[in-house]
Design a binder for this molecule. Structure first.
Ligand code: KG4
Ligand code: ZN
Length: 337
């Protein structure tokens, strides 16, 4: 059977990414141009700067993705692009580029929801590890979203739980900032937490009896703790604070996700999103899944954080169903899951 080869394009935040994926599984290339060094100067993503940087990088990134895959544009079957959610100016660069390319090549355009793309990272081949197939439960934990989902089929989703306030990654970033760590905060906080004692301070874990999350209470508890120490002149062990905060987040993510798995009778669970790159979460989830007889799937870190291979993998299943986007496609910054 002939292979379906899809170019994925992702520009929803601060990564300009392009990848070529064959049959929704094999990443023939996965190019990511990160703007992190630029935004670090400002302590966070500056939307206007992100758009400009995407415009500057997109041609070279797409060329590189094609070159690394050893393909010419004419050999592509479709162009898949993230159209939301994300920063509107950033999304528009990828969407405009993808529309122009699809028009010029006379190939279908496929519009991909970024959060759905994160889940589809689990369909990518990964050093021979078994790939997951629906049905399964999923946890998407990123900078903008935290969802427990039931994936009934390719493209079939039931949301079981969501965050009522901050996303998990957002909480990592805000606490990291309060601890004086740089940007992006998640990985830096994880590194600091590795040197701290996770039993030193008891931070609250909110929202019992629900699959929904709330991280703003935990974030405020950490900020209050730091303020109190500053006012009383008590010394702060930043590594302990990082370790205890991370433990609280990880415990809530693990408990709620596995409770949802039990309620659904799910035998398989897939992690996704930037926070799934966190080693403490991966280890705790692996231990809990082993105990409860749930098979765990976790993409390698490069497929957890923003990338275009996951967008092409998601686009493949839409392509197979004939779900194509018109050339009037617009960016949708508030697109729901
Ligand atoms: O999925 P992603 O790359 O972009 C969004 O769609 O938001 O997720 C980025 C988020 C950021 O909040 C970042 O701090 C967090 O994922 N993150 C981590 C780690 N790596 C990235 N959080 C905790 N530990 C990490 N190792
Ligand atoms: Zn993302």
């Amino acid at each position: 059977m002939q292979q379906i080869v899809i170019l994925g394009i992702e520009t929803s935040c601060d990564e300009t990414a392009a990848a070529v994926v064959s049959d929704g599984r094999a990443a023939l290339s996965n190019i990511i141009s990160s703007q992190v060094d630029t935004h670090r100067l400002f302590g966070g993503v500056v939307p206007e700067v992100a758009s400009r940087k995407h415009s500057e990088a997109i041609c070279a990134v797409v060329d590189e993705a094609l070159g690394a895959a050893g393909l010419r544009f004419g050999q592509l079957d479709a162009v898949a692009v993230t159209y939301g959610p994300g920063l509107v100016g950033a999304l528009l660069v990828g969407v405009s580029f993808a529309k122009a390319l699809a028009f010029a090549l006379k190939k279908p355009l496929v519009a991909v929801n970024h959060i759905e793309g994160h889940i589809c990272a689990n369909y990518l081949e990964n050093g021979g590890q078994n790939r997951i197939k629906p049905p399964f439960a999923g946890l998407v934990a990123s900078g903008g979203h935290t969802n427990i989902v039931w994936v009934s089929d390719y493209g079939g989703y039931e949301i079981l739980g969501s965050t009522r306030d901050d996303a998990a990654g957002e909480a990592f970033d805000k606490v990291a900032r309060a601890l004086g760590l740089g940007y992006p905060g998640g990985p830096l906080l994880e590194r600091l937490a590795a040197t701290g004692c996770a039993q030193a301070i008891a931070f609250p874990k909110a929202l019992a009896n629900s699959y929904d999350f709330s991280f703003s209470g935990l974030k405020s508890a950490v900020l209050n703790y730091l303020n109190k120490c500053a006012m009383s002149g008590a010394p702060v062990n930043r590594a302990d604070v990082a370790a205890c905060f991370q433990k609280a987040v990880v415990e809530v993510l693990v408990e709620k996700t596995l409770a949802a798995c039990a309620a659904k009778g799910a035998k398989r669970l897939a992690l996704a999103g930037g926070v799934a790159a966190n080693g403490a979460l991966r280890a705790a989830m692996a231990g809990a899944c082993l105990e409860r007889g749930v098979e765990l799937f976790v993409p390698p870190p490069v497929y957890c954080t923003d990338n275009a291979a996951m967008i092409a993998a998601c686009g493949y299943h839409l392509f197979r169903k004939g779900v194509f986007a018109p050339l009037s496609l617009n960016a949708d910054p508030g697109l729901e899951f």
